[in-house]
Design a protein around this ligand. Sequence first.
Ligand code: NAI
Length: 777
Amino acid sequence: MTIKELFDTMEYGPAPESAAEALAWLVDQGDRFGHFIDGAFTAPGDGFDSRNPATGEVLATLTQANQADVDAAVAAAHKAQPKWAALGGAGRARYLYAIARLMQKHSRLFAVLETLDNGKPIRESRDIDIPLAQRHFYYHAGMAQLMESELPEAEPLGVCGQIIPWNFPLLMLAWKVAPALAMGNTVVLKPAEYTSLTALLFADICQQAGLPKGVVNIVTGDGAVGEMIVASDVDKIAFTGSTAVGRRIREATAGRGLELTLELGGKSAYIVFDDADIDSAIEGLVDAIWFNQGQVCCAGSRLLVQEGIADRFHTKLRARMDGLRLGNPLDKCIDVGAVVDPVQLQTIERMVASNTVGQVHHAACTLPENGCYYPPTLITGLSTSDPLMQEEIFGPVLVSTTFRTPAEAVELANNTRYGLAATVWTENVNLALDIAPKLVAGVVWVNATNLFDAAAGFGGVRESGFGREGGWEGLTAYTRPKGKRKALARIEPATGHGTPVDPIDRTAKLYVGGRQARPDGGYSRPVWGKSGLLGHVGLANRKDVRNAVEAAAGATGWAKATGHLRAQILYYIGENLSARAAEFAHRIDAMTGKRGGAQEVEASIQRLFTAAAWADKYDGQVHGVPIRGVALAMKEPVGVIGALCADEAPLLGLVSVMAPAIAMGNRVVLAASEPYPLAATDFYQILDTSDVPAGVINILTGCHAELAKPLASHLNVDAVWSFSSTDLSAEIEKAAAGNLKRTWVNNATSLDWGVDHSKRFLQAATEIKNIWVPYGE
Ligand code: NAI
């Protein structure tokens, strides 16, 4: 094309980035890669080809790891970890900083290699993926530096197994490796089989930075290698990928005492109100769904547009789509590149072909003859129940429907099993900030979309997984509180045959929805103390669990109550308990046969007061993100929390769980101490006189082993905790895989209830939502 012709058409001429340096690097490595274990590359073994999806060309041959490779990587990581941790934060910061500098120095090489391997436009890898990956290392060099002073109670977990997807190969590596290393962990990382090359270049950088051997280990291969890592002797698994695999990993790690974070799929809503700046909202959509060919977990893949502007909006959108340039990803003028692999392309084609409703518009671009390309696509006129409105396509396909009112927009946005992200466009700040808290999502962008930064946590709720990456909140995923853990000792209920202490038969009921309720099965059991029979207690079954969860789920007003009001109620509970302290102390001593009752009651009152104190002070943060404003990290209640309370501390165990949970706006279903349930059943009267709204606190008595599964598998329960002296960790974590609820289980150890763990409970009782709002220039 001549310059004159270009001027006539105003078409962009091609401006391809040279692949020479990246291809030369591959040649230098011999085009065949082994793994990176204990600071060195292993000899290449049997493997598979890594191809450029834009051309189908083979870029390199990679090795499929076997069990011995994974074992060697995990062993190297274990060996290196104590020394790495002992370097101290400042020592580790130097290495993280050196890695960041080297990544920056080799930015171009990383960007081109990423584009060759993944098919994403060079503009994106050059301007987004690679700079953000560097920023993660700089940011976490700082976190390492600050670890001792700012997180004095935290220690590293040990060895972290990290499994990442193919959509942001280097960036996902950075999200996983930087915080892990900063906090003193070592890692065994598996990149996705389609896109391992920048991870191997990163290994090269680790060598150049002089990183101690074994701190970073990288093994390549498919899902079978991922499974081996999950099954290996690691202390944590961090996974990003599909919800189906995430669920499998939850099941495979159940009961093994591993920390787990899952960053899974999404079907994020992109809401456009009728007062939005339409042109900006359309440009936002280009970023939301055509960025990285739509292969983005938080892609704004579900457009919800207000009815009055829908036709105009769709018309403008189609015109904009038709102007998108699709083609050679190395061309700097390209908007849309290649889909990662023929397998993914077929998935997209199959899903779109299976849709029989609505109107489909494919962008008017010409697809290159070879390579994995799919045109930007819009499907309008769908309704919520249509499969494409619910299922993640993970391709450049936008589905759309309309709404009339803000309330309807919220309802439609939340009508999904996912909860990763959402975008709101409106010129009305009141409306945006009214909607943001109502969206069930881990990230909300206002008048912008797909913004990321190391300083702001990223992660979802519901089936989008759990845990956050980035920010202060991301560090908790790579640390645990210091301190020894005591081995769990099962406490059996006492047995006996004496005369009742109280001649009147008193069978304590359950406490459900603010009322005492007979157990559904009608069964009860005697509670014996040293001095004889103390009473009877109801045995709850799965139906009682369901009733209690229903009551808790219905008490939604509590989450909206002010921190001040929640504090007042907690103080009131404490005050009423204090008035009856002697009676409770006596009851505890009678059940346990010990003399710690008075102390336990006093500690319980303290816990209530501490939770009340925090109720209006455990605030979020404002993250200073470098692009487009600020991110408000808001702490929200998790929802309905089911907990099996400690057996050994009948009142303190229950109060220590309940008080911080309700202080943060959660509703609870608590299974009382199994051997010593009567302190909990006496507590109903305290609750009744303390203005606790019905359904906020529900208490069941009975056998923990029977209650664990119904609680952990109930779809309206958002988190399950277990401090029971029966180790039910495996059952709970397995059952929790259903809707991927959060779990906190004791894994055969017990907490020291004499110590105030309120901060840990507050943290577990809250979910952080990052709301990005325009601010300043
Ligand atoms: P995937 O979840 O199968 O793969 C992600 C990573 O997990 C890869 O490294 C893979 O090798 C590994 N893996 C696979 N099976 C495993 C197992 N049983 N145990 C441990 N690791 C395992 O995702 P895939 O198949 O590449 O893509 C399928 C769909 O998943 C996509 O169409 C998309 O909908 C979704 N996806 C979502 C991502 C996200 O960021 N939320 C990222 C990638 C895919």
